[in-house]
Design a protein around this ligand. Sequence first.
Ligand code: ZN
Length: 310
Amino acid sequence: MENRPPRRAPSRHAGSKAPLGVRRVAELLLTAGLTAGAVFGAALALNDPRFKELLNVRIGPGNGQSAGQQDPGSAGEAGQVPQAEGRLGAPPPGLEESDAPLAAADPPPLGSDSYHFLAVNGDGSPVGYSPCRPLHYVINNELAPAGSQQLVTESIATISAATGIRFIYDGTTAEQPSPQRPPYQPGAYGERWAPLLIAWTTPEVAPQLKGKVIGTGGSTHFSYDDGPKAFVTGGLDLDAPQIADELLNPDGHLYARAVILHELSHVMGLDHVDDPTQLMYPEIGTPEGLSAGDLNGLYELSKAQCRKDL
Ligand SMILES: [Zn+2]
């Protein structure tokens, strides 16, 4: 599945003058290219049955509000395709979507253009979450270190203020992280986009956490044909043993929170920057949290469009 866009290798900063004990953070996990048109093209090239499922779901009755971009002649046939759990697909559009953003993002106190986006639309606008619906999240906390729930809650509040996105905690889950995570899992979560999955996990379960990598984060975007993209769900994987060790240090909770904030910023749509004064630098050298560039990038992401069509 073509869900791993080319990214810079984490090791490229190995030679930087990072202090000892620098915290490494990983590349994004889930910025899957679920743009339907592109996926359809991939299906033709790859002959992967999963992509055909996505196409069928896309033009099925569940997405009738985008009729202008669909092939009505195919709807009946598509509607007969069973939409089994675990296959790529999309829920009925517009769930919980309001006419306007649910909250305003806090304007950054300082200007800075030291930020990059993980994905942009054809008009150059960054791909983010619709600010007009809440972003639900669940936590697999089976391996969560003691005291970590507060760090997650604080980090969510910080990102919510910076983006205007309203987060809703839906409780714990037994779902394990996977780079192939379906964005729509009606059997597990109902007929809506799957919630953001925050998983306390291990390198054995999540191989991208092997070595010094302490966390990964990213989101899945969706669009119709060549229309604008929006993130619909995401994943944030935290190396539970490594962070538990970190929390033994006097300032460990600060570093752990910085890791969570960094990964949540990936989830919202920020990419790494080469500027070591920003939290989105690929290594966390200080635990000071979001800097001016990070905050300005998140503020730009708060301007994403409402998406009743998704
Ligand atoms: Zn990162």
